[in-house]
Design a protein. Structure first.
Length: 720
């Protein structure tokens, strides 16, 4: 029987261009037509109800049942007009995917379509089958989903989706979103207090997020012929393609036709849903691309990222493609990340990370800038934990992505300014406004011109008017890194405010008090600032000298998500309880174990019943050939050498596979989840994956191309 690989390759040859039609020429004509946005609310609700809902959204207040009834009725009619028959509470359980359970609007008793406020506000999905890290069994808690009115309701595949948070009756968050919302509230409160030192008019601060989603695309037929891609999202085996990314010709190159059609198609769907996609381009590796929206409130941007991944997945299938969000689908090529561009914006419209031409405003800018650096310095380990996953382990520290060491890049201009501020000695109050000039604060707008010193190797970089958290994995739900970032900045801003207030109470002038605390922060956080090459070996050595953590694997990095420090912060800012945090930790470890276990099984399966039989078949051909040559008296030394090499690799695949299976059996008996995860990391993955892969990839190189069962890198990566 011919291999699936060859029929797949034939299918790829026959793929045609797919014409994609937008609903109309201008995006503005269909943008958001499937989202029940504030504008839609205003158009469909009475002014009184609208005012109440808008107030609740802006101030994170509860919506009373009467208002909820009015919204439910209006949104149901809005949905019915668009051919929708069902609704669902849409939420983000800790599995990483989004979850939904559909209910019909149809009320058989009354014979009409109905949606009550109650059903909009709260529902009880069966929580038992979602991971809850023991919360449920400990407390026998049932869970419920509760409407989050700050994220727009939307229509997706003919279903009305109501964004919700998912909590247990004991109050523990069973999802990603609930703690994020709490952290956003914390940073709002803390930032408003600090803003009031500069401007009394500030009453609200919103955190903004613009993510850049990287992904790979492969043809559906080739994907289906790779059990590893289907089951683990990455290729566990595969020899390098002769041409990889060394020509640097893919990045910002012309987008291949089939991919372009695919992009256009998912962009249309996303735009209808109100996801403001702006940019698309090729990424560094062949087969790799990026999409990014216009930034928006963290909460909505997070939902939109989760939703977009789903849209991209579904639309890819229509195009006979598969989208890969795994952080490292292909060895020896760049992995995929998701840069999180983040800033804080006031209700008066000021981006607090925007340097200004006014010296006075720059003191406010520096306050937020320096406080954020100090927060990252103090809580670097929590940030590291927030991006830990089995997939991201392949990327962090692999000399292509930000390292597992958290550091902050700020560029040369701001470095000079902070140095000056730190070393400026006693401040001369008499000089009034000249103080700013003396401190170099009046010169900050220059950095707007300073686009030259961008540093792609930094995990946390300041890029002009925002920070960019770059170490986030492409497959991650950004809720966790965003929860931690906003939480630690909230904590640091609180600390800043308290220190400044204390100085003022002691009689210090406000300006001077602020500068004093900033100088202290700059000195204390110096070790987190790094402007050099984050991929270099020297940095690893230097970082160690500075006392920065470099935790390369998930099971160990996750310790920081339940450290005393972390638990203290969650509690202080009401983000989650200790029980909730410990449960999450458990879920993440379990998830890690399952991922490594699946890959390990795959490697043994494919190795023993696909790779070895294939290699033996080819080896037998060579043996026949060697015998024939010998009969004719021709020298067969070369062939013998190849046969020996193949034998060695076959033996290694067999030996390593069986050893690994035994090791797994041992590790599976370990009771403690953390310990089991560490063993999976060190003694299953660490001991066997690379060596097994080495043997299999050598065989791929040696064995007759006609016999090889798995689509090769060169076949998967270069879509026309
Ligand atoms: P890059 O050069 O890194 O690709 P872009 O300017 O294209 O940067 O922006 C990347 C992302 O950052 C986009 O989603 C964009 O909307 C977002 N972004 C821009 N300014 C801000 C800001 N002030 N706060 C948060 N995100 C922002
Ligand atoms: Mg970027």
């Amino acid at each position: 029987m011919a291999h699936l690989r060859f029929s797949a390759l034939n299918l790829v040859q026959s793929r045609n261009k797919m014409e994609v039609e937008a609903p109309s020429k201008k995006i503005s004509e269909y943008f958001g037509e499937m989202a029940y946005t504030k504008a839609q609310m205003q158009a469909t609700l009475s002014p009184d109800v609208f005012r109440k809902v808008a107030y609740a959204i802006d101030n994170r207040k509860k919506i009373d049942i009467g208002t909820a009834d009015a919204v439910a009725s209006a949104v149901k009619n809005w949905a019915l007009e668009r051919g929708v028959t069902h609704y669902t509470h849409w939420f983000q359980p800790l599995t990483g995917a989004t979850a939904e359970k559909h209910d019909s609007f149809f009320d058989p008793d009354k014979g009409i379509e109905n949606l009550k406020g109650e059903a909009l506000v709260q529902q009880e999905p069966d929580a038992s089958s979602f991971p809850n890290g023991g919360i449920r069994s400990t407390f026998e808690a049932r869970g419920y989903t509760a409407w989050d009115p700050s994220s727009p309701i939307f229509i997706y595949s003919k279903t009305l989706c109501v964004p919700t948070i998912f909590v247990a009756y004991t109050g523990e968050a069973l999802d990603y979103k609930a703690p994020l919302l709490k952290a956003l509230e914390a940073v709002d409160k803390a930032a408003v207090k600090v803003c009031k030192l500069f401007d009394r008019n500030v009453s609200k601060v919103n955190a903004s997020l613009g993510w850049e989603q990287e992904y790979f695309v492969v043809d559906e037929a080739l994907y289906n012929a790779r059990p590893d891609l289907v089951m683990s999202g990455r290729t566990v085996y595969g020899h390098n393609s002769a041409r990889g990314q060394q020509l640097d010709d893919h990045y910002f190159g012309a987008i291949p036709t089939r991919i372009y059609d695919y992009m256009k198609d998912f962009e249309i769907e996303a735009h209808k849903l109100g996801i403001p996609l702006m940019t698309r381009h090729n990424e560094v590796a062949p087969g790799q691309y990026e999409v990014a929206p216009m930034f928006g409130p963290v909460n909505t941007a997070t939902d939109q990222n989760q939703l977009l991944k789903d849209v991209m997945d579904r639309v890819a299938k229509v195009h006979k493609l598969r989208v890969l969000f795994h952080e490292k689908p292909f060895a020896a090529l760049n992995g995929s990340g998701k840069h999180n561009n983040w800033s804080l914006v006031t209700n008066t419209g000021v981006n607090l990370y925007q340097p200004s031409s006014s010296a006075r405003e720059n003191l406010q800018f520096l306050t937020f800038f320096v406080t954020t650096i100090k927060a990252v310095h103090k809580y670097a380990d929590m940030l590291r934990a927030s991006i830990a996953s089995a997939g991201n382990d392949f990327r962090l520290g692999a000399n292509e992505a930000p390292p597992a060491i958290i550091s902050v890049f700020i560029g040369s201009t701001l470095t000079k300014i902070l140095d000056k501020l730190e070393k400026s000695g006693d401040i001369d109050i008499e000089k009034g406004e000249n103080l700013y000039m003396k401190l170099g604060i009046d010169q900050i707008p220059e950095i707007i011109l300073d686009n030259t010193d961008r540093n792609r190797t930094s995990p946390f970089a300041f890029t002009g008017n925002k920070f960019e958290f770059r170490a986030v994995g492409s497959d991650a739900n950004v809720s966790d890194p965003m929860m931690v970032l906003n939480l630690i900045v909230a904590e640091q801003l609180t600390d800043f405010y308290n220190k400044v207030s204390k100085l003022i109470n002691e009689g210090e002038e406000k300006r001077i008090a602020i500068i004093k605390v900033l100088r202290q922060y700059i000195t204390e956080s110096g070790s987190i600032r790094f402007e050099g090459d984050g991929y270099s070996e020297e940095w690893v050595v230097e970082a160690e000298k500075r006392g920065l953590s470099n935790v390369k694997d998930t099971p160990r990095a996750l310790d920081f998500s339940v450290s005393e420090e972390a638990l203290g912060l969650y509690d202080k800012h009401k983000v989650m309880s200790k029980v909730g945090a410990v449960a999450r930790h458990e879920i993440k470890l379990e998830n890690y174990i399952m991922k490594v276990q699946i890959e390990s099984r795959l490697m043994a399966d494919l190795g023993l019943n696909m790779i070895i039989p294939t290699a033996i078949k080819y080896q037998s051909k060579l043996i026949e050939n060697a015998k024939g040559l010998k009969d004719l008296g021709i020298d067969a030394t070369e062939i013998k050498t190849t046969i020996e090499k193949i034998s060695t690799h076959i033996n290694n695949v067999r030996r390593l596979s069986y050893e690994m299976i035994e090791e797994r059996k041992r590790v599976n008996k370990i009771e403690d989840t953390r310990e089991m995860a560490i063993e999976y990391c060190d003694n299953v993955k660490g001991k066997y994956f690379d060596e097994l892969r080495y043997a299999v990839d050598k065989l791929e190189f040696l064995v007759d191309d006609e016999d090889w069962p798995l689509p090769k890198y060169r076949e998967m990566l270069f879509i026309r």
